[in-house]
Design a protein around this ligand. Sequence first.
Ligand code: NAG
Ligand code: NAG
Ligand code: NAG
Length: 175
Amino acid sequence: MKPPPFPTLSLFSLLTTTLNLTLTSATNLNVTALTYRGPISILQCWTVAPPFSTSTSGPIGASVASLGGVSGNASFIVQPPGSAGGYKNAPGPQWSWFISGLGHITLLNSTDKVWVVGGKYGLVYADDTDTYGHSTTFPSTDETVLLGLPTADGKQPEHEVLHEGACGWADLIGI
Ligand SMILES: *[C@@H]1O[C@H](CO)[C@@H](O)[C@H](O)[C@H]1NC(C)=O
Ligand SMILES: *[C@@H]1O[C@H](CO)[C@@H](O)[C@H](O)[C@H]1NC(C)=O
Ligand SMILES: *[C@@H]1O[C@H](CO)[C@@H](O)[C@H](O)[C@H]1NC(C)=O
């Protein structure tokens, strides 16, 4: 077998370079925040600081976004298929990662809502601890599995508001 001709190799490295650029072009992680304005729960799309960096230790070359500190008790939560919790508040400022399944979050005092699909786009932040609240239903035919991680000292992660309302696909597809 002849080795691949030189032009093929250049094309390959060109493609690899382009791919690397694509992988790192998402500067920051964006998450839907279930937060509050005065006494009511609202949805916003937050861009989390600091931006992604390329790790040089551990998983070398991975893109890593820090979520800030977490503390207290983490929870692994299994919601039965088709279940609904009724209106309630976040128990405390926390990350909730929908690992699998589906969540539909609606607000008591607004028509704003969001579908959260379990998986890599399933991370939300919630701190509507003391408001009129929200309702989450889990309409999947399978269990919906969540990981709850309280933030350290009940603090919001470092962020900027990208826009009002939940993050849409365009805000998330960078990963
Ligand atoms: C974590 O859970 C344990 C056992 O239920 C409890 O004793 C402890 O107070 C909890 N810690 C916090 C910070 O809630
Ligand atoms: C929110 O909705 C509840 C239930 O409809 C209502 O009792 C309450 O007054 C509303 N609060 C605000 C601030 O609109
Ligand atoms: C988050 O939003 C910013 C600003 O629109 C965008 O540049 C970035 O690529 C988004 N991140 C992801 C992971 O999609």
